[in-house]
Design a protein around this ligand. Structure first.
Ligand code: PLP
Length: 224
């Protein structure tokens, strides 16, 4: 499969109904993104603030931008006005700053966020532990964040070829997601997103209940 359009259509065919595809366009030039855009795709993910801002300026305004990378609080102001969803909220301090920036931007503004959970075995990956999030939600603190809409959870599996390991990690997150939904968010319809799955593991992720897969290389890189 040669073209971006062909690879995009191939990935989409593999997704179940109800699973949305975030095309991860980091490091890609605008021409490549436009090819996916012209094939009808509108949902893209970026992991660096500067890169996202310059692409936002240059590309069509009906693109829905998701931020998926580690986010520094001092750069928040640049993306708050236009970013649709932030997948990578990995600390309470960041949550607090996002709420603050959104409020300052517009007091009625609510920004969609996902809590990034640490499910991998690599210690350097970012994210909350299950215990931290339980504690946070139990205390009902989140209800005071009026300019934030917690719409779900995000996670990254261990970088390994061991499919059982990846499946175990995705399943544990999926179970935790259902538990939170029943325990804290049962009356909140918006809490519905599970952002798991990348180029190498998205089929497993979909099996485990993913609603948002984040795929870059499978769409932009030619395979031999
Ligand atoms: C780069 C990246 C992806 C996409 O990874 P691929 O292996 O290129 O599909 C997904 N999620 C995050 C957080 C990323 O940084």
């Amino acid at each position: 499969m040669g073209s971006i359009t062909e690879r995009l259509n191939f990935v989409k065919k593999n997704l179940k109904k109800g699973v949305r595809l975030v095309v991860v366009s980091k490091f890609q030039n605008n021409e490549s993104i436009i090819e996916a855009y012209n094939a009808g795709h509108r949902l893209f993910g970026e992991s660096r603030v500067q890169e996202l801002c310059s692409k936002y300026r240059a590309l069509p305004k009906d693109i829905e931008w998701h931020f998926i990378g580690h986010l520094q609080t001092n750069k928040l102001n640049y993306i708050i006005p236009f970013v649709n969803t932030i997948h990578s909220v990995d600390s309470l301090r960041l949550l607090d700053r996002i709420n603050h920036c959104a409020l300052k931007y517009n007091s009625n503004y609510r920004i969609k966020i996902l809590l990034q959970m640490h499910i991998a075995q690599e210690p350097h990956k970012f994210g909350f532990s299950f215990e931290e999030i339980d504690f946070f939600l139990e205390k009902k603190m989140w209800k005071s964040f009026r300019n934030i809409d917690i719409v779900g959870l995000m996670g990254m599996a261990t970088f390994t070829k061991n499919q059982n390991q990846i499946k175990k990690e995705f399943t544990s997150l999926s179970i935790f997601f259902s538990k939170l939904k029943n325990q804290y968010f049962f009356e909140k319809k918006n809490f519905k997103e599970l952002s798991i799955g990348m180029s190498d593991d998205y089929l497993l992720a979909v099996e485990c209940g993913s609603t948002l897969v984040r795929i870059g290389r499978d769409i932009f890189c030619k395979k031999n």
